[in-house]
Write a protein that binds this ligand. Structure first.
Ligand code: UT7
Length: 326
């Protein structure tokens, strides 16, 4: 199909996000007994603060707030939504899906609703699934959400992981349109389960019967992240028929500022084209890409018709990327 030919595509028509009200700085963590320092965290990760969910704030409540903001930005009524795909590794309950809780909270009586679990790559997986379902005609409007409460699966005694993560949610509204220019142009997804033991949670319903806590071999994850992300960015741009120089904005998974810098360098990508929110949000897993996207849309950096690339990598390993004419 030539780029000028019209086809049914998923166009991003609104974005939204939500953060817990409690903001915790690096100094706050140190004063609460974590054996760390602002200096170490900033130097190794670029993180200065994160938001932590409080009483009554859950993956589904934050997802609902982010979805409401995205619907408002899109000017789309909730009852038009035919599909909700919610990416999370920290659902409110083992089942039912948090997506169905969001559906009810939005007052939608009947639509397709389910969760997707690909840890930090969850939003890319959810976006790709929703894109293909819209293109296949299963719905005309979709809500794609990433929402996480990683603070509830952290071992607060493990300073090597507890300082890295935060809570939050981000959402987009997709509309299926016959168009030759805007929309999701390509998505690429990968998984390699041989690396399960580098980033995992040491519990689950079918093994321990508990939720478990996050465990990570950070240095090894770091090494794989830069290679996988650079490869998938090249792959997805090839699939979309675009060159790295044409990209207006890269919206990466926000795990570590050093990973963002190293990936940009590997691809000769101008650092000022990379959206960075890891300093304020830390790593919010599946929420990080849509959260960063919403920040950059609302502050006026990302505009309609910009060529943007989303990318993420996480536990599994899983990794993926998407090219969107916004
Ligand atoms: O979202 C999924 C993807 N996740 C990621 O992408 C995370 C990838 N990994 C990373 O971001 C980095 O590897 C980390 C930020 C996790 C760690 O950075 P590092 O430069 O690889 O440090 P390290 O783990 O090798 O630890 C260096 C030192 C150790 O001390 P010794 O053994 O050298 O004496 C740690 O004990 O830093 C120590 N350390 C800390 N010190 C102060 C570890 N955590 C802390 C801490 N505060 N919070």
């Amino acid at each position: 199909m030539s780029p000028s030919e019209k086809s049914r595509r998923s166009v991003v028509v609104g974005t939204g996000s939500a953060l817990p009200s409690c903001r915790v700085t690096n100094a706050d963590l140190a004063s609460r007994g974590v054996e760390t320092s602002d200096e170490w965290i900033v130097e190794r990760t670029g993180i200065t603060a994160r938001h932590i969910a409080g009483d009554g704030e859950t993956t589904a409540t934050m997802a609902t707030a982010a979805a409401q903001r995205a619907l408002e930005a899109a000017g789309v009524d909730a009852d038009k939504i035919g599909l909700i795909v919610l990416a999370t590794a920290t659902p409110d309950q083992t089942f039912p899906s948090s997506a169905t809780r969001v559906q009810t909270a939005l007052g939608i009586d009947d639509c397709i609703a389910f969760d997707v679990q690909a840890v930090c790559t969850g939003f890319l997986y959810a976006l790709s699934v929703a894109d293909n379902m819209l293109k296949g005609g299963m719905a005309d409007y979709a809500l794609v959400i990433g929402s996480e409460t990683f603070s509830r699966i952290l071992d607060w005694e493990d300073r090597a992981t507890c300082v890295l993560f935060g809570d939050g949610a981000g959402a987009v509204v997709l509309e299926a349109r016959d168009t030759s220019d805007r929309g999701i142009l390509a998505t690429k997804l990968h998984a390699d389960g041989r690396h399960n033991d580098l980033l995992f949670v040491d519990g689950g319903p079918s093994t321990t019967g508990t939720v478990g806590k996050l465990r990570m071999k950070g240095r090894e994850v770091f090494r794989h992240a830069v290679v996988n992300l650079a490869n998938v960015l090249t792959e997805v741009l090839d699939a979309a028929g675009h060159k790295v120089e044409e990209v207006d904005w890269v919206v990466p998974h926000q795990a570590n500022k050093r990973i963002l810098d190293a990936t940009a360098k590997k691809l000769s990508l101008a650092p000022e084209r990379v959206i960075v929110t890891v300093d304020q949000h830390a790593n919010t897993s599946a929420a990080s890409v849509p959260l960063a996207l919403d920040v950059a849309v609302r502050d006026g950096r990302i505009k309609q018709d910009d060529l943007i690339v989303l990318e993420a990598m996480g536990g599994g390993f899983t990794w993926g990327a998407a090219v969107i004419r916004f």
